[in-house]
Write a protein that binds this ligand. Structure first.
Ligand SMILES: C[S@@+](CC[C@H](N)C(=O)[O-])C[C@H]1O[C@@H](n2cnc3c(N)ncnc32)[C@H](O)[C@@H]1O
Length: 269
């Protein structure tokens, strides 16, 4: 877990690509820099992460927004996945979502048919308009892998903020807090869908590597597949520098939504 200490720290005061379907817009960018993750498990995403308490996280997110930008009206969720945060946030804000994975975006479209969704890479998207809040949650930032990717992604998200706008980034583990040589097992148990899902955790330089095996059972049969996720392990200093380079006044909350912390940037551009 991220370092313990004061709950809220002020870190700085410086100023396969499928056919994109209806309501899922391609962003106006060059070809995508990254390859999508969750290539095989996208259809199972909500079942795999059934343990995540989105409504509890939503209440915490609302508290961050109230504290740092209480007049916020518009919000962009970057790396929105299947749109579970968007669905809840749309009760309070005019929201849009963005993700790299077309299959996850299609699930988000089915969940939230009226919310504008964009296919794009968090390191280089350009939507042509700005927001009061930009979020990047559940450690999605780790998928940019390198410090250069982190700085590009934070700069890109910061460019989509209005003056005084708020960037909320829920980090992945740091080099100090990531556990290696572990085996983790998770289960999903629905009447007609059983999943056993195990992964090992290793590092390759500053990158964490999760090699997952999935055993998926339905009344039609049992299948097995593997998937590899690679996420960058960034230090607090590296996050802080990325925020400062993007001209964000930076704060850090040790707990965040689920114990992984939260980087909070306020645009002073
Ligand atoms: C752990 S999931 C989080 C999804 C969602 N935010 C949630 O809380 O359920 C990580 C998400 O990051 C997305 N992602 C990975 N790399 C990306 C990139 N370069 N640009 C945009 N989205 C990306 C994945 O497609 C996936 O939806």
């Amino acid at each position: 877990m991220p370092p313990r200490g004061e709950r809220r720290l002020v870190l700085s005061r410086r100023n396969d690509p499928k056919q994109v379907r209806r309501n899922v817009n391609n962003t106006n960018t060059s070809p995508l820099m990254s390859t999508p993750s969750y290539t095989q498990s996208a259809r199972l995403y909500d079942a795999l992460y059934h343990f995540k308490n989105y409504s509890d996280e939503h209440a915490k997110l609302r508290a961050f927004i109230q504290e740092f930008n209480s007049h916020a009206n518009t919000l962009l969720d970057v790396a929105c996945g299947t749109g579970k945060h968007l669905e809840l946030l749309s009760q309070h804000y005019q929201v849009e979502g963005l993700d790299l994975n077309a299959e996850l975006l299609e699930s988000a479209r089915q969940r939230c048919p009226h919310i504008p969704l964009h296919r794009g890479d968090m390191m280089e998207f350009e939507l042509g308009h700005t927001f009061d809040v930009v979020t990047c949650l559940f450690s999605s930032i780790g998928f940019v892998k390198t410090v250069d990717g982190l700085e590009r992604a934070v700069a890109c998200m910061a460019r989509h903020l209005n003056h005084g706008g708020l960037l909320l980034v829920e980090p992945w583990f740091s080099p100090e807090t990531f556990w290696t040589r572990r085996i983790v097992a998770n289960y999903a148990n629905e009447p007609e869908l059983k999943i056993v899902w195990m992964y090992t955790s290793e590092t390759e330089g500053q990158i964490s590597v999760l090699d997952s095996h999935f055993l998926v059972g339905t009344p039609g049969g049992i299948t097995h597949f593997t998937e590899r996720h690679e996420l960058g392990l960034f230090t607090q200093h590296e996050y802080q520098e990325a925020f400062q380079k993007a001209h964000l006044e930076t704060h850090y909350d040790v707990k965040g939504l689920m114990g992984r912390g939260m980087y909070i940037g306020v645009s002073r551009k």
